[in-house]
Design a protein around this ligand. Structure first.
Ligand code: ATP
Ligand code: MG
Length: 444
């Protein structure tokens, strides 16, 4: 992609209305554009990142055996009246009427709709477990939309739902999602810590929030530092192995402020291990048993001939919020350098030819390099403008491809100036550059 032909509206000045760095960067490099309070359009650069995050989220859902569906954004109020949440949900729910004067709503979440789908088809324990998910826009009329796409009104979420025959099986499903979340965030190169959480309007009794540390986060967290050393290596998709994984995390006190108990914290965590800080919630999982299946009559036949309501859990990931969360974690605002993880970078490489008027040789070299890179499925963006070197670098540092190839005075025969963004450059042959980038991409 040539910069001159791209739709990447870069701002010269840092937008003053944005309060956190991810919002500032996203506006500055034209990843999003606000259309009204808390509602955004996604422009090509932002959209590319979000779609790559979505792909990773999807792959990790599929790996645990979850099946993808797509439910609509607009729902009928009837099912919400059945579950009893139509009144409870309050003003965050956007309620609308159609031309027949029917009460509809823009879905803030989908427990009711998925339960309705489930009950219409599944009648026997033999079809369990069922793990269903979709990736769809949600609307919540947040009282204070802010921080760009971090807390907005319309946002993109992966939400999954599990249906099981009893508690034991339901915990097995819960733990599968627990693992899949750790794996998802690892692929996004984020350190996300599972923390015991409150269940809020979703209801229920077992819940974890996945939080990444960030000063600008809205969640206050109280944690034992040792939890950062826990990892999921070697965990298998089996009951015992997954139980052990959760135990490994749960042995360390780690909660958000709704669950915080000062006495317990001080008793369980030595002073030197105490960490009180802030974080961004990127995922949230809940177990709530028959909270929805009972009022909505979602039951299955059991082995002995009896019937019982299915046990359910729900599992959300803020796909659009993750774009901002990754920026919060990785953008060096002082140096004005963003380095995307290669798994979600809008482009893998920025090609930066230094173009003097009437001399297109550097651009020709760039074009040839580009052909070779594209053959190897490496995605590129080429700055084909005749701006000066420092403003080109500045722009590419903000766009944040993890690698840069600079074509100018330093280019000497076969050897190209190549650098990992933010690091020193080195002179390498194109063949070696291709190998380095391909290796990095394969790791993901
Ligand atoms: P929060 O406490 O941040 O309001 P929540 O507990 O209401 O989140 P869930 O209902 O569990 O969120 O939604 C699942 C995920 O969707 C959250 O972990 C978060 O990443 C994302 N999310 C929730 N609300 C918003 C929002 N207003 N804007 C962007 N993403 C959101
Ligand atoms: Mg909320």
């Amino acid at each position: 992609m040539y910069i001159s032909k791209s739709f990447i509206p870069i701002l010269k000045n840092i937008p003053s209305e944005a309060k956190i760095k991810s919002h500032r960067l996203m506006l500055r490099v034209g990843m999003i554009k606000q259309s009204s309070a808390g509602i955004y359009s996604w422009l090509p650069l932002g959209f590319r990142v979000m779609k790559k995050i979505e792909k990773i989220v999807r792959e990790e859902q599929n790996k645990i055996g979850a099946q993808e569906i797509l439910m609509p954004t607009i729902q009928s109020s009837d099912i919400w009246k059945e579950s009893g949440r139509y009144e409870d949900y309050g003003e965050e729910m956007l309620r609308i009427k159609d031309r027949q004067n029917r009460e509809m709503l823009y879905g803030p979440t989908n427990e009711e709709l998925v339960t309705d789908i489930f009950r219409s088809a599944i009648k026997s324990y033999k079809s369990l477990p069922q793990l269903l998910y979709h990736i769809q826009w949600k609307f919540r009329d947040e009282i204070r939309p802010r921080f760009g796409i971090m807390r907005c009104r319309e946002f993109y979420m992966k939400d999954a739902y599990s249906f099981d025959i009893n508690d034991e099986e339901a915990f097995f499903s819960y733990n599968k999602f627990f693992l899949s979340y750790l794996n998802t965030f690892k692929r996004l190169e984020l350190i996300a810590i599972p923390m015991a959480a409150d269940t809020g309007p979703i209801g229920g009794n077992l819940s974890h929030e996945f939080i990444i540390l960030a000063e600008t986060g809205e969640s206050k967290i109280f944690t034992d530092k040792r939890i950062f050393d826990v990892n999921s290596d070697g965990t298998k998709l089996e009951k015992k192995s997954l139980e052990n994984l959760r135990k490994k995390y749960e042995q360390f006190y780690s909660v958000t402020d709704e669950k915080f108990d000062k006495k317990e914290f001080e008793k369980k965590v030595s002073e030197s291990n105490q960490l009180i800080t802030k974080g961004i919630e990127v995922g949230h999982i809940f177990y709530f048993g028959d909270k929805y299946s009972k009022p909505m009559g979602a039951s299955v036949d059991l082995p002995g001939g009896k019937k019982d309501f299915v046990k359910m859990g729900s599992y959300g990931i803020g796909v659009s919020r993750l774009v901002g969360a990754i920026i919060e974690a990785r953008y060096d605002e002082k140096k004005e350098i963003m380095k995307w993880p290669i798994s979600v970078a809008p482009y893998d490489v920025s090609i930066i030819p230094i173009i003097n008027k009437n001399d297109t040789s550097a651009l020709n070299i760039a074009n040839n390099i580009n052909i070779e890179l594209e053959k190897n499925n490496i995605e590129t963006i080429i700055d084909d403008t005749d701006e000066n070197f420092s403003s080109k670098i500045k722009k590419m540092d903000l766009i944040g491809s993890p690698f840069q190839i600079i074509i100018g005075k330093q280019t000497d025969g076969d050897l190209l100036e190549f650098k990992e963004i933010g690091k020193e450059s080195q002179k390498l042959k194109l063949k070696d550059i291709v190998n380095i980038i391909k290796k990095q991409k394969e790791k993901n």
